[in-house]
Design a protein around this ligand. Structure first.
Ligand SMILES: *Cc1c(COP(=O)(O)O)cnc(C)c1O
Length: 444
């Protein structure tokens, strides 16, 4: 590696000399500097880039901290102590994925030895789980909605209540998705009240060519007061299929996997099974919200409509890989054998008794000799169940420590409010308590 030919700006000498006759220190070679930060474990090529940039900036001594900063831009496990169980910035539903390094029968029929479809196995599991005829999986729910509209309503109208013409976050805005799909949004009713008659009037309008009605769950906000909407059951009395974008992926509003009554905070959350029972022709939802699986979008319902989605050219562009399919398959199997409350991390967090969280909080405060145990409210997150919370327990520390906790080797993500730092234990796996305690001890 060539040495830098231009001299570095004079560095402040650390020899304490005042003579002024000290030689100007030469810049280190890029290669030597890159090797000096190799203990970060970063690939040599990346270390060289960092070393070169540090030298060019006249700040060779910053190479190590630059390397550390770079490392922390990489994906890594973090401890979510925010109490937002499905934190979009932290990857929504956490899940441990075990992937084989062998080949997998993603599109191969082991019975016949012929080519198979990647949609068959997981599609059948989700159809069975939700009580639909068929199902398919795409990259996320935005893709699911896009595909359904493109496959079933291209160049035709889709009736949507004005109160449901919503923005879910990021770039998912119903009118925009509709436009991109080639379907035409037909606004129905008013922002706060939409009745069945509004839909039938829109369908009867001369020249109206309504292919579908779509019911969109306004996942991340709530309108209270003088409001009225039209149920899936009512919509299903009309002559066109009802597509319900329920968003969250709650499989069954009775939550049979919890072995008890469903939690109160789920009361207003639409569920896949019940939406289909009420007459939805198709339901679409995310894999990584209340379902508790990997990022994916699931389309479930009438076989002919699912088939039309599978045949559409966009389906290929939106298809999931084997990694996602196998994680989703494990998720579906966990629901079917009713082990979801113990094997799906999201439902495990939900099902943890409050007393258990309190016990952990008390133990943590005493082990770390810092903070006070405190009752708090955890949120489902990911725009699911707006305005609801569940009782929780955690630690409160006077002062703002969230940067210090974030800087730990395993970052601990906390919340700060009113000059206090809060760590909610409902979103922390008990297996990580020791790491949190060690992090808290560094704050002392
Ligand atoms: C979250 C959500 C979406 C977007 O789903 P992604 O899986 O994030 O693409 C679409 N519609 C509704 C109703 C949602 O809640």
């Amino acid at each position: 590696m060539a040495r830098m030919s231009t001299p570095m700006p004079v560095e402040v000498s650390d020899h304490g000399s005042t003579s002024g006759t000290l030689p100007v220190s030469r810049p280190p070679s890029v290669d030597a500097l890159a090797r000096s930060i190799s203990s970060t474990g970063l690939p040599h090529a990346i270390c060289v880039d960092i070393a070169r940039k540090a030298i060019a900036d006249g700040d060779a001594s910053s190479a190590a901290s630059r390397a550390d900063a770079f490392k922390r831009t990489l994906l890594m496990p973090v401890i979510n102590a925010t109490g937002v169980l499905l934190h979009t910035n932290l990857g929504r539903a956490p899940m441990g994925v075990q992937q084989t390094d062998r080949a997998m029968n993603v599109e191969f029929d082991l019975a016949t030895g012929d080519r198979g479809s990647r949609q068959v196995a997981v599609g059948e599991l989700f159809a069975r789980l939700c009580g639909g005829e068929a199902a398919m999986v795409v990259n996320n729910n935005a893709a699911a909605v896009m595909l359904v509209l493109a496959a079933l309503a291209y160049n035709r109208g889709v009736a949507v209540s004005r109160g449901e013409s919503v923005e879910i976050g990021g770039a998912f805005r119903v009118p925009d998705v509709m436009e991109q799909s080639g379907a035409t949004l037909v606004d129905v009713g008013t922002t706060n009240r939409t009745r069945l008659g509004d839909y039938s009037k829109a369908m009867a309008r001369p020249g109206a060519d309504i292919a579908l009605t779509m019911k969109v769950h306004p996942s991340n906000f709530r309108i209270d007061g003088f409001v009225e909407d039209t149920s899936v059951a009512e919509l299903s009395t009309l002559s066109v299929p009802v597509v319900a974008d329920i968003g969250s992926g709650l499989i069954d509003s009775n939550c049979p996997w919890l072995g008890g009554p469903p939690p109160a905070w789920l009361a207003d959350e639409p569920a896949a099974r019940q939406s289909l029972e009420q007459g939805a022709a198709l339901v679409t939802f995310s894999g990584d919200k209340l379902l508790g699986g990997p990022q994916a979008g699931i389309i479930v319902g009438r076989r002919d409509l699912v088939e039309a989605c599978k045949q559409h050219p966009l389906a290929r562009a939106l298809r999931p890989g084997g990694l996602v399919l196998s994680a989703l398959q494990s998720t579906a199997l966990a629901y079917l054998d009713r082990s979801a409350a113990t094997t799906i991390p999201f439902w495990r967090m939900v099902a943890t008794p409050l007393g258990e969280l309190q016990r952990r909080a008390v133990a943590m405060c005493s082990d770390a000799a810092i903070g006070e145990p405190e009752a708090m409210l955890a949120l489902p997150g990911a725009g699911s169940a707006p305005g609801v919370s569940m009782p929780s327990f955690g630690l409160s520390l006077p002062g703002d420590y969230h940067a210090a906790l974030r800087a730990q080797a395993t970052p601990v993500i906390a919340r700060v409010r009113d000059g206090h730092t809060f760590l909610d234990l409902r979103s922390v796996d008990p297996a990580d308590d020791a790491i949190v305690i060690a992090a808290l001890r560094t704050l002392g």
